[in-house]
Design a protein around this ligand. Structure first.
Ligand code: UDP
Ligand code: MG
Length: 322
């Protein structure tokens, strides 16, 4: 029988985890696969880990990893995926915003030959108009600027085949923009549509500040367009400055030029100063990323692990864990 592992990152999810596992279990029972579930406690400060342990005690299919601190969802996901040795893995949020029932459809698509099956939201219940607007704007910007087409309105909820997993596990970059990485590996990809529910309990960790950082991360990880933009803006400004300089010079030569033009001088200085600082900021953004990558730190540390009882081996895949 083919095997499937469900990877669930959880950060302070004690309020929903038991309900989540109950709902997931029902879905897994109905699948014609041998399944296990791997919870990754991303350094929670509540009793998420205790709950994971008790789930693992009660259900032979459940296991967990506890990271040494909060590394962020992308690292937690990576930790989980590194510990999959099944034929396919599903990545799903613990807060029940991704309906576990959809896994059956993901599996169906996988069995018909797809390597990456992602879930696409067709509506975003319980989210504000502003959030929807910013999300749409972000996907649009990614589409225009990056070299990979990141599918719109998808989260991390998806299924990966064995070879997609193997490919993903070779991407060890520290700046992990998962949606982009999933798209970047290629293979046969398809989507399944669903309605996204509001969070069942607990609260989202994504405030606008984090979302902005996430957007910058996505764009800088997959596109050098902002650097080119700086170059082109600089070039355009130089051409304009040259023409304007010529005009000033000729005017002074033929008409003489009593001192004039303080306002225009100020405008030009402030405008160019602003653009220069912005361009420096863009360069700094890339330089910072470069600095982080060059340190070559591991993506996460595991403090404790509890293998699913049903699983024979836990450490898996000859992953290049650098
Ligand atoms: N999560 C995590 N580490 C973090 C933040 C979130 O593992 O630092 C997990 C969280 O427990 C949940 C999933 O990632 O299972 C999605 O988080 P959240 O619901 O806050 O994000 P949203 O649904 O708003 O995108
Ligand atoms: Mg959520």
């Amino acid at each position: 029988m083919q095997r499937l592992t469900v990877v669930v990152p959880a950060y302070n999810e004690s309020a929903v985890l038991a309900a989540f596992h109950a709902r997931l279990s029902k879905v897994l029972d109905a699948l014609p696969l041998s399944c296990d579930v791997l919870y990754v406690d991303d350094g929670s400060r509540d009793d998420t880990w205790a709950i994971i342990q008790s789930l693992a005690g009660a259900d032979a299919r459940a296991g967990g990893l506890k990271l040494s601190r909060n590394f962020g969802k992308e690292a937690a996901l990576t930790a989980g995926l590194d510990h999959v040795d099944a034929d396919a893995a599903v990545v799903i949020d613990a807060d029940l915003q991704d309906p576990p029932e959809l896994i059956a459809q993901l599996v169906e698509q996988w069995q018909s030959g797809y390597d990456v099956v992602y879930a696409t939201r067709s509506a975003r219940a319980g989210e504000t108009g502003l959030k929807r607007f910013t999300a749409a704007a972000f996907y649009r910007a990614m589409e225009v600027m990056s070299d990979v087409a990141v599918p719109r309105d998808t989260g991390d909820f998806r299924l990966l085949s064995r070879r997609a997993l193997a490919a993903l596990s070779q991407l060890r970059e520290r700046q992990r923009f998962m949606k982009g990485l999933f798209a970047w590996i290629g293979y046969r990809q398809t989507s399944v549509k669903y309605l996204r529910d509001p969070r069942l309990a607990g609260k989202t960790k994504w405030n606008y500040w984090r979302l902005t950082q996430f957007a910058i991360e996505g764009i800088t990880s997959f596109s050098s367009a902002p650097l080119k933009l700086a170059t082109w803006t600089g070039l355009a400004a130089s051409v304009v400055a040259f023409l304007f300089g010529l005009k000033v010079l000729l005017k002074a030569l033929f008409h003489g030029d009593p001192v004039h033009g303080y306002p225009s001088l100020m405008v030009v200085i402030l405008f160019l100063g602003g653009i220069q600082l912005l361009a420096l900021g863009v360069i700094g953004e890339y330089l910072g990323r470069n600095y982080n990558e060059s340190k070559q730190r591991p993506l996460y540390f595991i403090e404790e692990e509890q293998a699913p009882v049903s699983r024979t081996s836990f450490h898996t895949q000859a992953t290049p864990r650098r």
